[in-house]
Design a binder for this molecule. Structure first.
Ligand code: PRP
Ligand code: ZN
Length: 306
C-alpha cells in the first residue's frame, strides 16, 4: 500500500516536471537511517542547498538542477531502475540483495557495515557447519542463500522484514543473518557475530539510460563529490625546517606536485607547505619530526580539485 502511494505521488510530480523544458536530476536518498545523514551531508558539502524535514518526501535544490526524493533505502534500487529517480545513494547490501539493473557510479566510503551471521552468545560455535539443518532469520535471503550455497550448507532461510535479532529469543530461528555496524544491536539481544558474509558501504547508483542533459548534470555533481572526497582524504601541512634538512623532509611529503618552500625571516630556515594523505598522517609526522621539522601545523582542506 505504502509503496504504491509513494510511487503515484512521484509519478504525478514527475509528469509535471517533464512538461517544463528544463531537465533536472532526481536523486533518491534514504529518508531516515544509517545512510541518510551522511548522504545529506555529502550533497551539502557539494554546495547544493535543499531543505530536509521529517515529513518531506521531496525537496528541490535551490542552486543546482536537482531535486531530492526521501525514500526507504530498500526501495531506492527499484526506483532508480524504473527511472522514477535518476540517481540514488544506497547500501551495497541492499543493491546486491535486490539485484536491480542500475549503474554503480561510485563507492562513497561511508555507512560501512557488514552482513553477518550471529548466534546466541551461549552457543559453543566452531564453524559455519553449525548452521546445517538450522533455521536462520534474515531480511537478506539472496545474499544468505549465495553464502550457504558456496559453503555447501543446507539451512532453512526464514525471511522476515525487520527486527531479525529477536528471532532466536522467541524460538523462531537458531541464528540470524543481519546488518552489523557497531554491534550494539546484537549485543543487546544476547547474540554474537560468528561469520561476516558481505561487506557493505554506501554507493552512488544511476539509471542506465540517462539523457545527455542528465549525464552532464551527473558529471558536474561527480566533479564536486570527487573534490569533497579528495579533501577529506588529505590535510594541509605547514612546517619550519632548517635548510640543510629540507631535502630529507621534502622526500617524506612529496605533496601534489612538489611542496612550496619559502625562506623564513630567520637565517638558514625555511617554511614548507604541502598536502598529506590522512591515512599516512601519523607515520609521516613522526618521520618529519625526526628529520628536524618544527612548528608543524596541520589544517583541514575544504575542497580539493585535482
Ligand atoms: C540494521 C540491523 C540492526 C542494526 C545494527 O538495521 O537490522 O537493527 O542495523 O546496527 P548496530 O550493529 O550498529 O547496532 P538498518 O539500519 O539497516 O535498518 P533497516 O533494516 O530498517 O534498513
Ligand atoms: Zn532498510
Amino acid at each position: 500500500m505504502k509503496k504504491a502511494c509513494y510511487k503515484s505521488t512521484f509519478a504525478a510530480k514527475i509528469s509535471i516536471n517533464s512538461m517544463t523544458e528544463k531537465e533536472i536530476l532526481r536523486i533518491a536518498i534514504q529518508k531516515s537511517g544509517r545512510l541518510s545523514e551522511d548522504s545529506i551531508a555529502l550533497f551539502k558539502e557539494c554546495g547544493i542547498k535543499f531543505d530536509v524535514g521529517k515529513s518531506k518526501l521531496m525537496s528541490p535544490a535551490r542552486n543546482f538542477d536537482a531535486e531530492f526524493l526521501f525514500l526507504r533505502d530498500d526501495d531506492i534500487p527499484g526506483y532508480v531502475e524504473d527511472g522514477v529517480a535518476d540517481l540514488g545513494i544506497v547500501g551495497k547490501n541492499v543493491l546486491v540483495e535486490y539485484g536491480k539493473d542500475v549503474s554503480v557510479i561510485k563507492e562513497l566510503g561511508f555507512s560501512k557495515c557488514r552482513l553477518s551471521l550471529a548466534v546466541p552468545r551461549e552457543i559453543d560455535y566452531q564453524d559455519a557447519t553449525y548452521f546445517e539443518g538450522k533455521n536462520i532469520a534474515t531480511s537478506y535471503p539472496n545474499l544468505l542463500g549465495q553464502y550457504l550455497q558456496s559453503k555447501n550448507i543446507k539451512a532453512h532461510i526464514h525471511e522476515i522484514s525487520g527486527s531479525v535479532e529477536i528471532a532466536p529469543g522467541i524460538g523462531l530461528a537458531e541464528g540470524v543473518c543481519d546488518i552489523v555496524s557497531s554491534g550494539g544491536t546484537l549485543l543487546s539481544n544476547g547474540l554474537k557475530e560468528v561469520e561476516v558474509i558481505f561487506k557493505s558501504e554506501a554507493v552512488l547508483v544511476s539509471n542506465k539510460k540517462l539523457s545527455a542533459a542528465k549525464e552532464e548534470l551527473l558529471a558536474k555533481l561527480l566533479f564536486r563529490i570527487n573534490a569533497v572526497q579528495a579533501a577529506q582524504a588529505y590535510k594541509y601541512i605547514l612546517l619550519n625546517a632548517p635548510n640543510d634538512k629540507l631535502e630529507e623532509i621534502i622526500n617524506i611529503i612529496p605533496g601534489m606536485k612538489s611542496p612550496t618552500v619559502m625562506p623564513l625571516a630567520k637565517e638558514g630556515w625555511s617554511s614548507v607547505h604541502s598536502v598529506l594523505k590522512e591515512s599516512d598522517f601519523w607515520e609521516n609526522i613522526e618521520a618529519m619530526r625526526k628529520a628536524g621539522a618544527e612548528g608543524i601545523l596541520v589544517i583541514p582542506i575544504e575542497k580539493m580539485i585535482l
